[in-house]
Design a binder for this molecule. Structure first.
Ligand code: ADP
Ligand code: MG
Ligand code: MG
Length: 866
């Protein structure tokens, strides 16, 4: 099988085999762009190599040799001989971009002899700059000798010679190289002088970097499969570090933070590749290049446009200018903030580049969640004390305690603290600490620095290059304007404006994103499923309506029995030993609830609202601690011992399987009747006031057809009396049931005879199907995941094989009896994008989720239909 493709043999569709970088280098070569010649070793070869020790020697080496000879011919230079020197880079590149997670080595081919020739042909400072970089990268990638150790050596010489490396004499340069070699020796390692040995070792090391720890963490984080492998690109070098007419840089064809259609990038004059991304020197903005190197700049503008038009998407382009001539070294779909992704997708629709359907697929539900992320309360911002300002690298707003290392971030996060990672700059090793941080702040580096790119990818708020901050990682302090903060100090970070505040600030949710509305309206048009909300308090109900809920799929009524005054009446009711006190309590609860329902129904208006009658077991309303029992005894004028005895009688061994749901509605019908009376009295009042309402009453935890008949008849009697007593025309209402027990699923055809609608309560249904207690799964789930027994929490993502099967069966049976009944899903998984297409296939009519998940669910429903 072909294991190596030269750049003129591949194309962008070959990402599986050539990796993203390789496939696009090939595509750009085919497009005629100035890409330095090279070849790509496939991901398949990588996986073979990782599985078989002698694979390289046995099956790959010969092909690499042939490819190098061909590259020598293509470039007219020589990798092996000492004349006309060809140097190459060895670059990792997987199918999915994993910025900086794997390794790359530049300037391969130099050795003690060739560097002298190279110095003669160019300049000593340039030639030795390349050689030093090679030794450092090689030492780091191949042998794990840290970069800092090399840096320390160089710094020592800078001090001794009292000048910058570019002014070192030849002899001085060679001394540095000698010291670098001693560092290799100290670690009992050898820096190979033979270019081919350098190349082979580098290729193997880059293959191996697929499995380094940070790459693994990154893959877990982004759900990238572990068996893809990385391709390796071997490419002839061009030199951005070869003088004042040379430079290296990165640019996005649009602003990756806002999406604005304007070239956005940075460059460093006289520098090589990684200097820009590593945030070592703060780079200049791309428009400065126009004055400095106008020809290269205008070429770049042309190529950027060609690339964006070709890929029909915003591109992230790496380039290098050698002596005024521009080379393109990489292009990919640029990582962007959610806001930018949205704005770019809409712009591309508006200018006819992509269709609305394509736009819907360019945005992920997670991005939509980020778009409605909290922002700082504008009222609080007015008086907040600004600590410093940096670059708005990744939007969002977060408060937390300062930490200075990734390890501390992890430790404090595990203690349940909110942390903000503050560093000079981040590097790929910090990834785990970055994941758990609420925000990331760096004092160095630009908008394309590691911190900025990774934070945008994760949707974490980030302020980069905040140069006013003096971060001292050794003393673990950060100083700003004469003031010093230590670990644990609270700050607030606004990644949208780049501002850091010295206080904890309250956040609020943005709701009026016009572009998001536009996109979600397109999604609604495609969608087969509707989205309702799980909400009961007025604030959530109106948020849900604002977010475009087509109704309320679950309003729980439990909360109406809590709160100081209400719970007293509820307790009076539960503990009543005579009719009078029972009726008194019931009447008072009725008054409370009537008022509640009035406002709820008024808020929701003509949209349907499913109201679930009381569900939890009675003892949840009773106190447990002696002090509260004492107090309650006084309030109810009863003996504490009596109350204690009654509480003991209500105790249940297995409350989740106990006296709850419709079982309560049957043993004590007056509570459900009271609730329904409250609902319909309010609804009648609202109708008289000219409102339209559509209450849907839901009976929980039905397992048996006769349970449903019994409760329904009792409710219908109450409702009929209320309509008769008032003069209003009866408005439409429904009585349905929650399907949350396996038995209800299996007998859904029978239940459907008596129900106007069904709603799957997936939380209980999962609990009852798996026999996993929702409240205790945390004790064993981590181990189950570690052992691969479960890959996901079934309470977060639907268990399609088990619970899903029950749902499919129930929908099918229900539709046999009642083809037109509304069927919804109102558990946690209703808002899970991964579960939504399953529900669509199962024939469900709507999903219902918490108010803030509605926008993401609307998009997911639109996508599921495409
Ligand atoms: P990453 O995936 O981490 O971005 P790359 O393979 O793209 O790693 O390389 C890192 C840096 O080295 C990039 O800035 C790139 O432009 C530069 N580089 C890679 N190959 C060459 C080359 N042949 N000539 C000049 N610079 C190069
Ligand atoms: Mg790159
Ligand atoms: Mg339930």
């Amino acid at each position: 099988m072909k294991q190596i493709y030269h750049f003129n043999e591949g194309n962008t569709t070959m990402k599986d085999l050539l990796g993203g970088k390789g496939a696009n280098l090939a595509e750009m070569t085919q497009l005629g762009l100035p890409v330095p010649a090279g070849f790509t070793i496939t991901t398949t070869a990588c996986m073979q190599f990782l599985q078989q020790d002698d694979y390289f020697e046995q099956s790959l080496k010969e092909e690499v040799l042939k490819a190098i000879y061909r590259l020598e011919t293509e470039t007219g230079k020589s990798f092996l001989a000492d004349s006309s020197i060809l140097l190459v880079s060895v670059r990792s590149g997987a199918k999915f971009s994993m910025p900086g997670m794997m390794d790359t080595i530049l300037n391969l081919g130099l050795n003690d002899k060739k560097v002298r020739d190279f110095a003669r042909l160019t300049t000593p400072s340039f030639a030795y700059d390349c050689y030093r970089r090679l030794m450092q990268m090689f030492g780091d990638v191949v042998y794990g000798i840290s970069k800092e150790q090399f840096d320390q050596i160089l710094q020592k010489f800078e001090t001794t010679f009292d000048k910058a490396p570019s002014y070192f004499s030849l002899a001085e340069q060679q001394e540095v190289i000698k010291a670098y070699k001693q560092l290799f020796d100290k670690q009992h390692k050898n820096f190979p002088q033979d270019p081919l040995e350098q190349l082979f070792t580098a290729i193997k090391a880059v293959f191996q970097s697929w499995n380094n720890e940070r790459a693994q963490v990154y893959r877990n984080l982004h759900d990238i499969p572990f068996d893809l492998g990385t391709a390796v690109n071997v490419q002839s070098m061009v030199f951005g570090n070869s003088g004042e007419k040379s430079a290296t840089g990165v640019a996005f064809t649009r602003n990756p933070a806002t999406g604005e259609k304007k070239l956005f990038g940075e460059f460093l004059p006289n520098a090589q590749g990684e200097d820009v991304v590593a945030g070592i020197r703060t780079p200049q903005t791309i428009d400065k290049l126009k004055q400095l190197l106008p020809v290269a700049y205008s070429d770049f503008i042309d190529y950027a446009k060609i690339l964006e038009d070709h890929y029909k998407d915003m591109q992230d382009i790496e380039f290098t200018i050698e002596n005024g001539k521009l080379y393109i070294l990489q292009t990919r779909s640029g990582k962007r903030t959610a806001q930018a992704a949205l704005n770019i997708a809409l712009d591309l629709v508006d200018d006819g580049t992509i269709t609305k359907k394509e736009a819907l697929l360019r945005i992920t539900p997670t991005m939509v969640e980020q778009l409605i992320h909290p922002i700082f309360d504008p009222a609080e911002l007015k008086s907040a004390k600004v600590l410093a300002k940096g670059l708005p690298a990744s939007p969002g707003a977060a408060s937390g305690q300062i930490v200075f290392t990734a390890e501390r971030a992890k430790e404090l996060h595990e203690e349940g603290k909110k942390v903000i990672l503050v560093r000079q700059e981040t590097s790929p090793e910090d990834i785990e600490g970055m994941v758990v941080s609420e925000a990331i702040v760096t004092s160095r580096g630009g908008m394309t620095s590691h911190a900025a790119v990774v934070a945008r990818g994760m949707g974490t708020c980030c302020v980069a290059g905040c140069e006013e901050l003096i971060v001292n990682e050794t003393t673990q302090t950060v100083t700003c304007k004469g003031q010093t903060l230590i670990e644990g100090s609270t700050i607030s970070v606004d990644g949208t404006t780049g501002t850091i505040y010295q206080a904890e600030l309250k956040t609020v949710r943005p709701t009026d994103n016009q572009n998001l509305q536009r996109l979600l309206n397109w999604a609604d048009k495609e969608a087969k499923l509707m989205v309702r909300a799980n909400a009961e308090n007025i604030q959530d109900l109106s948020a849900a309506i604002n977010f475009g809920a087509s109704g309320i799929g679950l309003a729980r009524t439990e909360h109406m029995f809590f709160g100081e005054k209400r719970i007293l009446e509820m307790r009076r009711l539960i503990l009543a030993e005579d009719e009078t006190s029972f009726e008194v309590a019931l009447q008072r609860l009725l008054d409370f609830q009537q008022d509640d329902f009035y406002h709820m129904l008024q808020t929701v208006g003509e949209k349907p609202m499913v109201i679930r009658l009381l569900d939890p077991p009675m003892h949840e309303f009773l106190p447990t601690d002696p002090q509260t029992i004492q107090q309650l005894a006084k309030q109810l004028e009863k003996a504490p011992e009596q109350i204690t005895k009654q509480i003991a009688q209500l105790h249940e061994t297995n409350p989740m399987l106990g006296h709850r749901g419709c079982r309560l509605g049957i043993t004590e019908a007056r509570i459900y009747q009271m609730q329904v009376k409250a609902i319909f009295t309010s609804a009648i009042k609202l109708t008289q006031a000219g409102y339209s309402v559509k209450p849907e009453i839901m009976i929980p935890l039905v397992a048996e057809e006769k349970e449903l008949i019994e409760v329904k008849n009792s409710l219908l009697r109450t409702i009929k009396n209320l309509f008769e007593a008032s003069n209003v025309e009866p408005f439409p209402f429904e009585i349905g049931t929650m399907i949350e027990l396996p038995r209800a699923c299996m007998t859904a055809d029978r239940l459907a005879k008596h129900a106007d609608f069904f709603s799957f309560g997936t939380n209980d249904l999962t609990q009852m199907t798996y026999g996993f207690s929702r409240d205790d799964i945390g004790k064993f789930l981590p181990i189950y995941k570690e052992k691969g027994i479960l890959t996901q929490d079934p309470f977060q993502t639907l268990d399609q094989a088990g619970v899903g099967k029950l749902i499919q069966t129930a929908v099918k049976k229900a539709r046999q009896t009642n083809p037109n009944m509304m069927i919804g899903v109102c558990g946690e998984v209703g808002g899970d994008p991964n579960s939504i297409s399953f529900f669509q296939q199962a024939g469900v009519d709507y999903v219902s989720c918490s108010a803030y998940r509605i926008p993401a669910a609307r998009l997911a429903c639109g996508q599921a239909a495409l």
